[in-house]
Design a protein around this ligand. Structure first.
Ligand code: B4P
Length: 193
């Protein structure tokens, strides 16, 4: 199996690039943002609870997200590998993911971190907010999401760096150029010279 994490701040292009990577490498895509928005739109108990955090730009509690990931992994026993998009976002989530994968005799192989300056993140998310209808894509909540990222999520990069799995990728170019930089790292891993 090949298991990849796409890491980076809100608006860095994780969702956008995951779609491209899935199409090229036939990995199973798991986006905690998409899973949570699906629960919110179906107004499940989990969704009603999660929305309170998402609308404020805060992370949803670890136990909720870890439970969701665990059942999603169990639902796809034949996957060739996974691309985790927007997960893990805390050290507790990263440790839980390591345990879940170990249970399946597999592990995270590569963590690609998209690096984008803060002004560009805000610009992209404000732009998306004009058409997305997402209640968290407005300037006030975007600022909170970015703050939450630097406080709780950025340290997760160090967790994977210590395992020798982290590669930083410039994410401020256009979608196509960023995709090329990501595939270069994936190919380097899959087809070492
Ligand atoms: P997510 O859905 O993960 O949203 P995101 O971080 O904002 O988006 P992403 O980085 O994927 O950006 P995208 O490609 O869409 O999270 C939403 C919320 O859910 C969180 O705030 C949190 O509350 C909750 N949540 C999710 N996972 C959680 C977890 N594990 N634990 C706890 N809580 C969790 O790109 C953004 C925009 O930029 C798009 O409009 C796109 O078209 C544009 N864009 C992308 N690449 C571009 C490029 N190269 N150039 C120009 N524009 C680009």
């Amino acid at each position: 199996m090949f298991n990849l994490i796409l890491f980076g701040p809100p608006g860095s292009g994780k969702g956008t690039q995951s779609a491209n990577i899935v199409a090229t490498y036939q990995l199973q895509h798991i986006s905690t943002g998409d899973l949570l928005r699906d629960e919110v739109s179906r107004q499940t108990t989990l969704g009603v609870e999660a929305r309170k955090y998402m609308d404020q730009g805060l992370l949803v509690p670890d136990e909720v997200v870890i439970g969701m990931i665990s059942s999603k992994i169990d639902d796809t026993p034949d996957a060739r590998g996974f691309i985790f998009d927007g997960f893990p976002r805390t050290k507790a989530q990263a440790e839980a993911l390591d345990r879940l994968l170990e249970f399946k005799n597999t592990e995270i192989n590569l963590v690609l971190s998209l690096e984008v300056p803060e002004e560009e993140l805000v610009r992209r998310l404000v732009d998306r907010g004009i058409t997305s209808g997402r209640s968290d894509d407005n300037e006030e909540v975007i600022a909170k999401r970015i703050k939450e990222y630097y406080a709780k999520t950025e340290p997760v990069a160090g967790y994977y760096n210590a395992q020798g799995k982290l590669e930083r990728v410039k994410g401020d170019g256009n979608i196509e150029d960023t995709f090329k930089l990501l595939t270069r790292q994936i190919e380097k891993y899959l087809l070492p010279a």
